[in-house]
Design a protein around this ligand. Sequence first.
Ligand code: GLN
Length: 486
Amino acid sequence: MLAAGEVSSVELTQAHLDRIAAVDGEVHAFLNVSGEDALATAADVDARRAAGEELHPLAGVPVAVKDVVVTKGQVTTAASKMLEGWIPPYDATLVKKLRAAGMPILGKTNMDEFAMGSSTEHSAFGPTRNPWDLERIPGGSGGGSAAAVGAFEAPLAVGTDTGGSIRQPAAVTGTVGVKPTYGSISRYGLIAMASSLDQAGPCTRTVEDAALFHEVMGGHDPLDSTSLPMPCTGYVAAARDTSSLEGVRVAVVKQLTGEGYEEGVRASFEESLDLLREAGAQIVEVDCPSFEIALDAYYLLMPAEVSSNLAKFDGMRYGLRVEPDDGPVTAERVMAATRAAGFGDEVKRRIILGTYALSAGNIDHYYGAALRARTLVQRDFAKAFEQADVLVSPTAPTVAFKFGAKVDDPMAMYLNDVATIPANLAGVPGMSLPSGLSEGLPVGFQILAPAFEDARLYRVGGVLERALESKWGGPLLASAPALKEN
Ligand code: GLN
């Protein structure tokens, strides 16, 4: 519609700002909204389009950005008191790419503090609510990005996924989320949680939207030492490919179904398998025994990296600074007071765990053992991908739970990521797309592909999405009950 001149970017951007004004008081997907900047970008794109300039297909389409990604001149907090009011002096590489494509940035989305959590209840600035049921969590850590897309406050949003924070929020909000191959979208300008696992990616309403958006953000970046020289292209074509899945082998991961997964989640998963079978795919099963220890390995490796990455928040250089009011103001005492006041409980828990796992005398027993487990997970993936083109599972074991149900029980919270974490440990790409409802709440279907083969997610995801929509008579989000009157 933008290209055909049926709507202008200013109209489109204003419509989303209006929607945010109407519903975000309840949803709280955004930590801050940058309407003026967004409209200025929109006006610029409209002028260039009117002048006949050749523009990117997404030029003029507004976008929301998770608040763990730095945006020049615009407050970025990672939902932590530690960075309250902090204005970054530079743009993340992926943000530069959004700007270069002419995409107005609507604002920054809420999340668990420093991306640690599965419910967005660990945000220092209050939780985001699930647009399907305002009494329930929108997943985490990227609950704000998923809810913004699910509540039609933004057509596209940026997420980051260290152990599932794009895919699990997608699953519980009925949206699409993709964690690309590790290293294929630059980490430069992402506030680091666990550097060997962190990966940015698209949060959208459809598989094709994710493909378009993924292509914009991807590509090699000399500013990121783990960036891959991998072209992120061909995803849109893969998403649009309507040919049969004849010859495509789809493997159910034995360890990621069955016990621990809600019955409604399993039923929805089985229905999707039937649709893939009808579309020509061959459904097989693979055994990945190490996946049973993936969560344990993650909760040693991730905190270890967290304890190192978050050492820079010390009250000395930027962000919060608290001086102790009882005694001498030494550097060490300022650091202690700042970190005590600035970090929330979950962040402190992980820093302590990670410091312990890395300490002399413990490092081999904990960190070393977890690294060995990570190698086993990588080997299980390699073996599984000899037998199959993609692996599948439910994205999360349950539908969205109620606020407070797990926030005081870290282990119960961590179990939400049991199906998403193996992909981060191995660096392979994964997608979650909505596969239906269980007790009126969305269920996510996860597809995993070998590293560099992100296009397979779009190919299989596109086929499944079309099959599901023809069964439902339209997109799942069209039936979201909450906020409908708006
Ligand atoms: N929920 C997971 C955690 O708390 C994943 C977080 C993420 O992917 N950023 O570690």
